[in-house]
Design a protein around this ligand. Structure first.
Ligand SMILES: O=P(O)(O)OC[C@H]1O[C@H](O)[C@H](O)[C@@H](O)[C@@H]1O
Length: 621
């Protein structure tokens, strides 16, 4: 990559939220009203010290109705700053509550009833400083050694404030900070691998500011080194350190960090590097043709997240026509649909775009582009089991016999497709993208070859791509197939992809019902929802054991998976929430109801479980 194309700006001032001198700003045809008021001008009865930094709070009032799944009021405060006049007391437990598996997630925008802000600017700054300490330890770097961290964000309205706050924490700890602005999660990991000083790469560590598909008021952080994404234990460690750092914040230290940060923060347009790498992969697969997708019409739906780049920076340089693409402009209020390929409305939107535009293929991403799905020219979706089948077919052509690791809610039809039709092995593991990726890495380490770890959620990671779950890279693999077919004279548009999943058996009925555990119910007797959920699962296991028409799955890594009535069900504990998700697949509605009734019989003895969704499904009162 030519050095000239790298945009590096030094000395970025990091205390402002957007443009503080403007009172209104028009974006995408709607108006936002910014009512800045200094954070240090209000009294602070609860906080232990006054916030002295001269930055602004941003109040955002919107004139349009955001997407209906968000139950919101009309006034939001960009970031954290409901309590921005002070740094309120926060104990270690409050920090640890921000852990969500291997990510940090919380509320960053005020204004949604019952959801107080818990990722404030000082919290983000403390997390930045804690990551700096963690990284020094990990890289065994002493204070004199130069470490560099890249930071990017998705389209959320709190992104810039959090980017600046976390940058202050890192820079205050003496690290070099490189801000990428709008970026994708996979690009951030990539920046730890790229070797190009013109773009200040490689980064020793990287941070993506995102809360994936969650509502607009949430935000969070994902962390990477060149060894991949940080795991649960690392996140806990960082949050514990952040709590200690936070407890030592003083007005003086916060304003010092702001001054120090303004000296050491740089900006780079790294997405140039990331997207040109994707373009190169497709060109190579087609035999080094400059425009291997010439004549293909491919529409992209970025759901107003960070994935809009894919149309102009990947597809168009490859020669594809992208007219009819939608929701490419970043808009952190996600007014059109949830940016989530698991969401039915989102899939309907991209399917409609494909059919309306008579295009060859549709591609849809989640907010931070680590997940994706596609739609063929007839409107058939490649998501969930079908996306896994498609990727398995592609990977097994390249690596015959390899093991495909998936999450636990995959179908029986997928297993027989992978094993009987494709000649691979299906290793159905647990839910959670990090779980499937780590399991694939573990299998390789014990000499079982695996090249693909993929979830029904649309997270998919390939060994050839450093085990990074990259929605854009998954789509590049499908583009390779289109381009290679065209290069070899076959011209059937997306049929080349549809044909790859020919023979995949699909159930007539497939449902997921999420049974909530009421954590405050007396039946929990003060115990945790996890213990309660485990007791429910045990009860179900016992009842299944005494029913001859049901068979427990011989190998199963989470929850209770049972076959019967020509189908199956899986009841398990959610990875994060006080919820027991129930997946049922069956050849008919009657069979699905029979499976549902089995679960209901066991679960209804537990008064702390909300079975209303299941009652409705089986037609019980
Ligand atoms: O266990 P659940 O509530 O279904 O959530 C499980 C999902 O949680 C997050 O969204 C992770 O990113 C996914 O990898 C995972 O599959």
């Amino acid at each position: 990559m030519a050095a000239a194309s790298g945009k590096i700006v030094q000395n970025v001032f990091v205390s402002q939220c957007y443009q503080q001198n403007e009172n209104t700003q028009s974006q995408g045809g709607r108006d936002y009203y910014f009512s800045p008021f200094p954070r240090n001008s209000l009294p602070s009865p609860l906080g232990k010290l006054a916030w002295a930094a001269p930055s602004m709070q941003l109040q955002l009032r919107t004139l349009f109705k955001p997407h209906s799944h968000f139950s919101i009021q009309t006034n939001f405060h960009c970031n954290a700053s409901a309590s921005a006049t002070a740094v309120p007391y926060l104990d270690k437990t409050s920090f640890l509550k921000l852990q969500n598996g291997s990510d940090i997630r919380g509320v960053a925008v005020d204004g949604v009833e019952g959801e107080p802000v818990n990722i404030t600017e000082p919290v983000a700054e403390a997390i930045g400083a804690a990551f700096a300490a963690w990284l020094r330890e990990k890289k065994k770097a002493d204070a004199s050694q130069h470490l560099r961290v890249s930071i990017g964000h998705d389209s959320r309205i709190s992104a810039k404030l959090l980017q600046n706050a976390i940058s202050r924490g890192l820079a205050g700890a003496g690290l070099e900070v490189v801000q990428y602005g709008l970026a994708s999660t996979p690009a951030m990991f990539n920046s730890t691998l790229t070797k190009d000083e013109a773009f200040l790469c490689p980064a020793d560590g990287s941070i993506m500011i995102t809360a994936s598909h969650l509502p607009f008021n949430r935000n969070g952080f994902k962390f990477f080194t060149n060894a991949g994404g940080l795991g649960k234990a690392d996140i806990k460690d960082i949050l514990e350190q952040a709590a200690d750092i936070y407890s030592q914040f003083t007005a003086e230290s916060l304003s010092n960090s702001e001054r120090k940060a303004s000296l050491s923060i740089k900006e780079v347009d790294y997405m140039i590097v990331y997207t040109s790498d994707l373009v190169k992969v497709v060109r190579k697969a087609a035999g080094n043709i400059e425009k291997p997708l010439e004549g293909f019409h491919i529409v992209v739906d970025a759901g107003n997240g960070a994935g809009g780049f894919f149309a102009a920076k990947v597809l168009e340089p490859l020669g594809a026509i992208t007219s009819g693409s939608q929701f490419l402009e970043p808009d952190g209020l996600f007014p059109n649909h949830i940016p989530n390929p698991e969401d039915k409305t989102a899939m309907k939107a991209i399917t409609k775009a494909v059919l309306d535009n008579k295009s060859d293929l549709g591609i849809i991403f989640d907010t931070d582009v680590d997940r994706s799905a596609a739609v063929d020219s007839t409107g058939r979706e490649f998501n969930r089991n079908r996306l896994i089948a498609l990727m398995a077919a592609i990977v097994l052509e390249e690596h015959p016999g390899t093991t495909i690791v998936t999450d636990s809610v995959t179908s029986d039809g997928l297993t027989s497709f992978i094993e009987k039709k494709l000649g691979g092995r299906h290793h159905r593991f647990k839910r959670g993208y990090k779980n499937v990726i780590d399991e694939a890495i573990r299998l390789n380490s014990i000499s079982e070859e695996s090249h693909l770890a993929i979830e029904t959620s649309g997270h998919g990671a390939l060994k050839e791509n450093h085990w990074l779950d990259d929605g854009a890279y998954l789509m590049v693999k499908t583009l390779n197939k289109l381009a290679a077919a065209r290069a070899s004279g076959k011209d059937g548009g997306s049929k080349v992809l549809t044909d790859l999943i020919d023979g995949l058996e699909e159930p007539a009925v497939a449902v997921e019902l999420r049974l909530k555990i009421n954590q405050n119910h007396p039946d929990l007797k003060g115990g945790s929802f996890r213990e309660y959920g485990e007791a429910v699962l045990k009860q179900l296991e016992n009842s299944v054991g005494s029913d001859p028409s049901l068979q427990k799955a011989p190998v199963n890594y989470e929850g209770i998976r049972v076959s019967g009535y020509g189908g199956w069900f899986l009841l398990r504990l959610s990875l994060h929430d006080p919820v027991l998700p129930l997946n049922i697949e069956a050849p008919s509605n009657d069979d699905a109801v029979k499976l549902g009734l089995t679960v209901l019989a066991a679960v209804k003895e537990f008064a702390g479980i909300d079975t209303s969704a299941l009652n409705k499904f089986v037609g019980a009162p």
